[in-house]
Design a binder for this molecule. Structure first.
Ligand code: SF4
Length: 82
C-alpha cells in the first residue's frame, strides 16, 4: 500500500462563512479575515469556483466531519479507500 493522497475541494464562492469546518478541522481550515469565507490550508484555485488541496490521512476524519457539518455542502473529499 502506498500513501494515499486525499483531495479536498471547496466551492469557495458559495461559502457562507459559518465557521463549522474550522471547528471540525481547525488544523486545515481557517476563516479569511479578508472576505469572511473559509480557506483550506495549502489549497489552490482550480478554475473560478473551486479551491483544491490535499490532506494527510490522519486528517481525514476531521475533514469528513468538516464536510458533513458544512450547511451548504461545498466541501468534497476524494481519493481515499472508503
Ligand atoms: S462549513 Fe461550509 S459554509 Fe461554513 S465556513 Fe466552512 S465551507 Fe464555509
Amino acid at each position: 500500500m502506498g500513501t494515499n493522497k486525499i483531495t479536498v475541494s471547496h466551492k469557495r464562492n458559495d461559502c457562507i462563512g459559518c465557521g463549522a469546518c474550522t471547528m471540525a478541522a481547525p488544523d486545515q481550515w481557517s476563516m479569511s479575515e479578508e472576505d469572511g469565507k473559509a480557506t483550506l490550508k495549502g489549497a489552490q484555485w482550480k478554475g473560478e469556483e473551486f479551491m483544491v488541496g490535499e490532506i494527510d490521512e490522519d486528517a481525514l476524519e476531521a475533514n469528513k466531519e468538516a464536510a458533513d457539518s458544512c450547511p451548504v455542502q461545498i466541501i468534497k473529499i476524494s481519493g481515499y479507500n472508503n
